[in-house]
Design a protein around this ligand. Structure first.
Ligand code: ADP
Ligand code: NI
Length: 217
């Protein structure tokens, strides 16, 4: 099968799988990450088929929505790729991305980097910052019925999953606990420069937010 056919079939599969996904992880998130990934890959030596498949399949089954089962996504992606008769090194490289892309996988130092993981991870992180990142954060906070902001709750870099369950993490705190940290975790030169622009936009947004909060603007 040629590259284009493989991608078309994967797009159709992912759209079908995600047709009922929530707003932050729907097909449009995948499409944005895919576009970011192609854009970054254009200036980053990497295997484009692996990059595109990794971007398209990276959220096929998020453990958050499957009782924390981390193995579902990789298993579904592998089963799908086997139907395309892709070679094993390609499948393995895509699975490696899906297994290691997540933020909780940590701060980049504990897994072996591949150029394709670097590209797709940057592409996914870019969708968590900037104008889209702001929209996704408040969408997620609304879904969890969290406060927009609570000046009595300080951002807490050690906040645990348990704390989050007790609902005491306003969405503005999430900017300080995660979103504003992402630009320094970018892997690629292109990803870094895109992240810097989006980061500056978030900082401007937060400044305006606090001025409006105080009623001084
Ligand atoms: P990803 O799927 O990109 O690895 P997550 O699933 O953790 O990231 O988050 C999906 C989106 O929801 C992101 O834009 C993220 O910033 C947002 N989000 C996650 N946790 C929170 C939170 N506690 N408060 C607000 N937004 C959140
Ligand atoms: Ni994602």
């Amino acid at each position: 099968m040629i590259h284009e056919q493989i991608i078309d079939k994967t797009v159709a599969y992912v759209k079908q799988e995600l047709h009922q996904a929530e707003g932050g992880h729907d097909w449009w998130h995948i499409q944005r990450v895919w576009n970011n990934a192609k854009h970054i890959a254009a200036s980053e030596p990497s295997n484009l088929l692996v990059v595109e498949l990794g971007a398209l399949l990276h959220d096929i089954a998020d453990a958050k929505f499957h009782n924390g089962d981390e193995s579902i996504g990789p298993r579904k992606a592998r089963a799908f790729m086997e139907t395309l008769a892709l070679d094993e090194p390609t499948i393995a490289a895509v699975i490696y991305i899906i297994e290691n892309i997540s933020y909780k996988g940590g701060h980049n130092n504990n897994v072996a980097r591949t150029p394709e993981l670097n590209v797709v991870q940057d592409a996914d992180r870019l969708d968590a910052i900037g104008a889209i990142g702001i929209a996704r954060a408040f969408n997620y906070g609304g879904f969890k019925n969290r406060a927009l902001h609570d000046p009595t709750v300080q951002p807490n870099l050690q906040r645990t999953k348990e704390d989050y369950k007790h609902n005491n993490a306003p969405t503005i705190a999430h900017f300080y606990e995660k979103l504003l940290l992402l630009k320094d975790l970018m892997n690629t030169t292109k990803g870094k420069s895109m992240a810097e622009q989006r980061h500056a936009y978030m900082e401007g947004y937060l400044q305006q937010f606090f001025e409006e909060w105080e009623g001084i603007r």
